[in-house]
Design a protein around this ligand. Sequence first.
Ligand SMILES: C[S@@+](CC[C@H](N)C(=O)[O-])C[C@H]1O[C@@H](n2cnc3c(N)ncnc32)[C@H](O)[C@@H]1O
Length: 293
Amino acid sequence: MRFKTLGTQQPCRAVVWHPDIMVAMSDPAPRLYTDLAHLWPHLSPPEHYAEETETLRELIDDALGQPPAGQRWSVLELGAGGGHSTVHLKAHFDVTASDLSPQMLAHCNALNPDVPTTEGDMRTMRLGKTFDVVLICDAIDYMTTRDDAVAALTTVAAHLRPGGVALIAPTYTAETFTDGDVAHDATAGMNPSAPGDEAIPGVTYFSFVHDPDPADTTFEMILLYLLRDHETRQVQTIEDRHTCGLFSIQDWQDMAEEAGLDAEALAEEQDPGGTGSAWAVIFRANLTGNHAA
Ligand SMILES: C[S@@+](CC[C@H](N)C(=O)[O-])C[C@H]1O[C@@H](n2cnc3c(N)ncnc32)[C@H](O)[C@@H]1O
């Protein structure tokens, strides 16, 4: 996962398209989705997902066209987190959101009380129904082994109706990963001035991604949060390490095939003038007919 920029520090892009338990996420579970989940809306606010979600909408339109008059396509979002994409998607689609973290789903429910949500692990969850679209964005990053990724893709296939489209957007593939990438930003809560501002923590974060063992299928994202108490003005530093999966484009396509999906890789063109999305490559997938029903 690459965080959305809160300011202008990060490179920006326009998009051109070419041909059971939380501990299972990583050990220990990322604090950002557990005891520090209250920081999520401030670190990565919903408005920063608007452009990325528009790209998803265009891809869905391209794949499925317009729904029959008076209907909307149904979308299942796996790993929907705080629902920051959901809030934009629901303007166009009938969205069902799911996530492993109850704390993140609480944010999602607060922001999207009109969207049905389910707490579940994308590797095993079965809702017993299918959707026109199944979506996994940055949450797929938490699939750290081939078995986990195939399991998540099998969940995608199990919830996709014949003729429907799946979009899977890992932040990095082996081809796009930059060892030692750093990003940093701060919220507006550092100097509360208006009534209610005190409720927002003063928080700055740094993220650093690196690959400690190029021989395995993971990379590590280290997040450092600097939290300033508004009253005492003292700063607490917290380290939060996330283990994430790193696979090549060919690996993703092979794993998708194993799950009963035919996946095409679409690449984004870098453009310093745009605002872009968190991924450089996104996979558009259809059922092959070999998936287990
Ligand atoms: C970066 S956050 C997603 C943020 C989301 N895009 C939003 O709009 O707020 C990654 C999410 O993946 C979820 N996640 C990690 N492993 C998961 C799994 N096995 N099944 C379902 N969700 C998972 C985490 O709980 C977290 O909410």
